[in-house]
Design a protein around this ligand. Structure first.
Ligand code: S3P
Length: 436
């Protein structure tokens, strides 16, 4: 089933067993094609996420004159055009559903000699872009948006950018990355300071491409004008996609599930910390490095959970995992409190509101707060939930349904393909009861 009418029906599942491998990391895949495009030489990517978000970014780069071949599933060969080799196009550049794509491309395009326009789907067209427009403007960029700082973004070429020091008000890897990409072209030094350290893939990958950059948690600095040299990139499996299987195996009695070679960048593993504090049994085996990133197999055994007060300082390290965490909290004994997570309101949907409404429809007590929620663990029943076109909400309710006696209908699930193509087949293979 396709389009906004696509839905799933899910209900009480079997124990999750065996071994699964989830798709490649979305953040790493976006950056790999972007940096490959402006590098010199051919960048070979393995494990590229074949999702709509990352394919949209690759398509935009092709429109800008970059040749990208896909010799096999998850493989890309990017023929880099060098820092100054991108070519302008009259056509609007469609980022689809991807906030990462639009915000990072805004940084890259703000520095070009040509004009460009970035557009997105209905959800992306409602997401705040002022957070990148304002600091890029402080570097000398000229970007127009719709009222309220919303897409489309019209980016005027030919601006001479100057490196500046920016203290970002929100902890956002997308904002930091947009500024660093613009900084590659700026005169002088670009410094980004964050209120809390966020994922550092842009910094690590720039260094891997041979670009001089200094970074410590919370601060990154680089000077414009150096070059990137093509590399081979092995993309680890996405912890944010593994999250649904981690929570499902924790909740469904009898489960013992291995999730292979998951990226364990410390800025991404907040969910594991929160779940362990709730009583989860998640072991890390076969730890190794893949393309400079820590990777491990996760072995998850069913365990009863209890509610916790989620520590505010781990919120940025699990920012994409709150929908899954809300489901764990709904099945835990007692109360779970989430705060300091106002950013959830400006994701692919308002994730506090969509999760609260959906969990209530399944009989769980949830009180919304401006920056979080209070969730009373209980017994989930059947019902109808709206995912509002948000991939992670849809997958989270598919997990919730594994604990119910009745049927759960999950509406508007087509966007799951943005980050997790093949979710339904893999979920079924592991033991979940889910029909599309
Ligand atoms: C991402 C950063 C985070 C995250 C998003 C991916 C990235 O967004 O939620 O899914 O790849 O840089 P913010 O920068 O808005 O926190």
């Amino acid at each position: 089933m396709s389009g906004a009418s696509a839905h799933w029906v899910a209900s009480l599942g079997n124990a999750l067993t065996g071994s699964v491998r989830v798709p490649g990391d979305k953040s790493v895949s976006h950056r790999a094609v972007m940096l490959g495009a402006i590098a010199e030489g051919t960048t070979r990517i393995r494990g590229f996420l074949e999702g709509e978000d990352t394919r949209a970014t690759a398509r935009v780069l092709c429109r800008l004159g970059v040749r990208i071949d896909a010799p096999g599933d998850g493989e890309r060969l990017v023929q880099g055009v060098g820092l100054n080799g991108l070519r302008g196009t009259e056509a609007a550049l469609d980022c689809g559903n991807a906030g990462t794509g639009m915000r990072l491309l805004a940084g890259l395009l703000a520095a070009q000699s040509f004009d460009s326009t970035l557009i997105g789907d209905e959800s992306l067209s409602k997401r705040p872009m002022r957070r990148v427009i304002d600091p890029l403007a402080a570097m000398g960029a000229r970007i127009e948006s719709e009222p309220g700082g919303l897409p489309p973004l019209r980016i005027f070429g030919g601006a001479r950018l100057r490196g500046v020091e920016t203290a970002t008000p929100v902890a956002s890897a997308q904002v930091k990355s947009a500024l660093l990409l613009a900084g590659l072209y700026a005169e002088g030094e670009t410094v980004v300071r964050e209120p809390h350290p966020t994922r550092d893939y842009t910094e690590r990958m720039l260094a891997a491409f041979g670009y001089p950059i200094e970074f410590t948690p919370g601060v990154a600095r680089l000077r414009g004008g150096h070059r990137l040299t093509a590399i081979d990139i092995d993309v680890p499996a996405d912890l944010s996609s593994a999250a649904f299987f981690i929570v499902a195996a924790t909740l469904v009695p009898g489960s013992v599930l291995r999730i292979e070679a998951v990226g364990m960048n410390p800025r991404r593993t907040g969910l594991l910390e929160a779940l362990r504090a709730m009583g989860a049994d998640i072991r890390e085996e076969n730890r190794h490095e893949q393309g400079g990133e820590p990777v491990a197999d996760l072995v998850v055994r069913h365990a009863p959970l209890h509610g916790i007060d989620v520590p505010v300082d781990i919120v940025p390290d699990m920012i994409d995992e709150f929908p899954a965490l809300f489901v764990a909290a709904a099945c835990a004994k007692g109360r779970t409190i989430v705060r300091g997570a106002a950013e959830l309101r400006v994701k692919e949907s308002d994730r506090i509101a969509t999760m609260a409404t959906g969990l209530r429809a399944l009989g769980i007590g949830v009180e919304e707060t401006p920056d979080g929620a209070v969730i009373e663990g209980g017994r989930l029943g059947g019902g109808v939930v709206e995912s509002h076109g948000d991939h992670r909400i849809a997958m989270s309710f598919a997990v919730a349904a594994q604990l119910t006696d009745g049927n759960v209908r999950i509406n508007d699930v087509a966007n799951v393909a943005t980050s997790f193509p093949g979710f339904v087949a893999l979920a079924r293979e592991a033991g979940m009861n889910l029909a599309d």
